[in-house]
Design a protein around this ligand. Structure first.
Ligand SMILES: Cc1cc2nc3c(=O)[nH]c(=O)nc-3n(C[C@H](O)[C@H](O)[C@H](O)COP(=O)(O)OP(=O)(O)OC[C@H]3O[C@@H](n4cnc5c(N)ncnc54)[C@H](O)[C@@H]3O)c2cc1C
Length: 497
């Protein structure tokens, strides 16, 4: 028997980290949201162990940065070492705060992170979670979308009517299948054994470093994930049998060079196939995908989940514009055009790292690296720009993340912006504006920030005089004249920022 059809503005399929982040964003906008997940409760084993400063900034935007800082530790450098433990490349993770005003590397236990996200959802009466709910079919018309799910406890089927379906349903996404997207495959596909250990005595590893062992008979990585746990990963050889290699005695044999059962217990040992793909189509009509459903990357840069969280930061405010402000849903087209090239850069660099780890590449990575004649190379932070999106005004800085300085009064910039867009003006420039344009700006539903803090002034210095920042903190456009500022104002008024 089928029950009465309910309606939600948005249905999210999957309450992993990506779906949970999106639900927090939509909750802040008071958009009625249903999240369905086929599991009976949250997945309790870790996969991701690292997130970066931009992702912490997204957590800040949903009011959860402090809770995340409590469950995370700041990570150290990652070194690539040869067979004699000589460092050949270091990925430098500075300990000082980045221009996003967060650390560039946080280490954590994924179930803790997901719990913070789920607890965050308790703040929003507009968000409903249903576990044990397996989505089995999707359909859409010009005006709405429909999905059917099975309550796997009662074995009853239910139909939900909605304006948009967002598939955050992971690597084997049903939603991606519905969209019928094939994938761009970057060619890296390898099975690796992933081992999580719980330390019997908390470590005092003040370096917090991680290592990729490139010169061993079997490539391996060890990652700092805090003081209570440790992660190792080992590349499988062609004759390895997953059911055998995951047996504790075989796992300890692989680990014996570094650690033994007196010092730690195995939390889990599982084989994952690391893939490197991006779906060619993320969106059809009212149905979209995000996170692992849209792209997958090997974990050597710790960027799979981060990329998914960036996806939904990009998508969340666009959905708000469409649902709450009646902006044309053409805006959704910019979701994939902006995000695809961004995630692609991370995947390509990750593959280069994988090639170094596997010694299939002797040359050092391209990109943001130092190039000393002798001694190890060092790799900096990758900061790709968004692909083409909505734009007008002076688009010189469009698609770059705006920094987050502390303002004169001591507040962090984003805490003043909240979930809105922001217009940031250089004080000298504001002083020259006509009364007419000042009046228009003051009437806009936008954070207007004029601040003499040196970091803000430094960013503007000789570059531009005003910046329109979107709710995901990317620059929509900049202005150096009142004419260009008018274009930015128009852009905001038409709702595309
Ligand atoms: C070994 C390893 C290490 C990693 N390390 C890092 C790292 O350090 N940093 C990083 O950023 N990323 C890392 N990643 C990647 C990261 O774990 C994933 O990118 C991230 O978990 C994906 O999140 P998601 O929400 O998109 O999907 P998932 O976490 O897979 O969640 C999908 C959810 O959808 C639900 N679902 C699926 N189908 C249906 C359906 N039909 N109906 C209802 N529900 C459904 C599932 O039950 C699940 O809860 C790592 C991955 C691995 C394997």
């Amino acid at each position: 028997m089928t029950a009465k059809t309910e309606h939600y503005d948005i249905v999210i399929i999957g309450l992993g980290p990506v779906g949970a982040t999106l639900a927090n964003i939509l909750g802040q906008y008071n958009i009625s949201t249903l999240i369905l997940d086929q599991e009976t409760s949250a997945y309790h084993l870790p996969r991701a162990v690292a997130f970066d400063d931009e992702v912490m900034r997204i957590f800040q935007s949903i009011g959860l940065a402090e809770q995340m800082a409590e469950i995370a530790e700041i990570g150290g450098n990652a070194h690539f070492v040869d067979g004699k433990d000589k460092i050949i490349l270091s990925w430098i993770r500075p300990q000082k705060l980045s221009e996003n005003n967060h650390s560039v590397s946080y280490r954590f236990h994924q179930p803790d992170l997901e719990e913070v996200l789920r607890n965050g959802l308790k703040r929003f009466s507009s968000v409903t979670i249903r576990w044990s709910s397996q989505v089995i079919s999707l359909s859409q018309s010009k005006n709405d979308a429909t999905l059917e799910y099975t309550d796997i406890i009662s074995n009853k089927n239910y139909t939900i009517n909605t304006s948009y379906i967002i598939g955050c349903d992971g690597a084997r996404s049903l939603t991606r299948n519905y969209i019928n997207s094939n994938v761009e495959d970057f060619g890296f596909r390898e099975p690796w054994l992933v081992v999580d250990l719980v330390l019997k005595v908390p470590s005092n590893d003040s370096s917090r470093e991680s290592f990729h062992y490139c010169g061993l008979d079997r490539s391996a990585s060890s990652a700092f994930v805090g003081f209570k746990r440790k992660r190792w990963e080992f590349r499988l050889k062609s004759d390895d049998i997953p059911e055998e290699i995951t047996k504790p005695k075989n796992v300890w044999k692989l680990l014996e060079r570094w650690i033994g059962p007196n010092e730690a217990s195995i939390e889990r040992a599982a084989v994952y196939t690391f893939e490197s793909i991006i779906a060619r189509q993320w969106h059809t009509g009212r149905i979209l995908i995000a996170g692992d459903a849209a792209h997958q990357t090997p974990p050597f840069m710790g960027q799979g989940m981060c990329a998914g969280i960036r996806d939904v930061a990009n998508l969340g405010w666009k959905l708000e514009r469409i649902i709450k402000r009646n902006i044309s849903r053409d805006l959704l087209r910019t979701y994939q055009t902006e995000r695809y090239p961004h995630v692609k850069e991370f995947i390509e660099l990750t593959i280069q790292m994988g090639e170094i780890i596997n010694k299939t590449k002797t040359a050092i990575v391209a990109g943001n690296v130092t190039n000393p004649e002798d001694g190890p190379q060092s790799l900096g932070q990758l900061k790709p720009k968004l692909g083409p999106g909505p734009s007008s005004g002076n688009i010189k800085f469009r698609g770059h993340l705006f920094p987050q300085p502390r303002l004169e009064g001591g507040e962090l910039l984003d805490d003043l912006i909240g979930s809105r867009s922001a217009l940031i003006l250089l004080a000298n420039f504001q002083a020259q504006l006509s009364e007419q344009i000042i009046k228009v700006i003051m009437e806009m539903d936008i954070a207007v920030i004029v601040d003499a803090s040196t970091k803000l002034e430094d960013w503007f210095n000789n570059k531009t005089s005003a910046a329109l920042i979107r709710p995901d903190r990317y620059i929509a456009g900049t202005a150096t004249s009142e004419t260009e500022l008018n274009e930015l104002i128009h852009m905001h008024k038409t709702g595309i920022c």
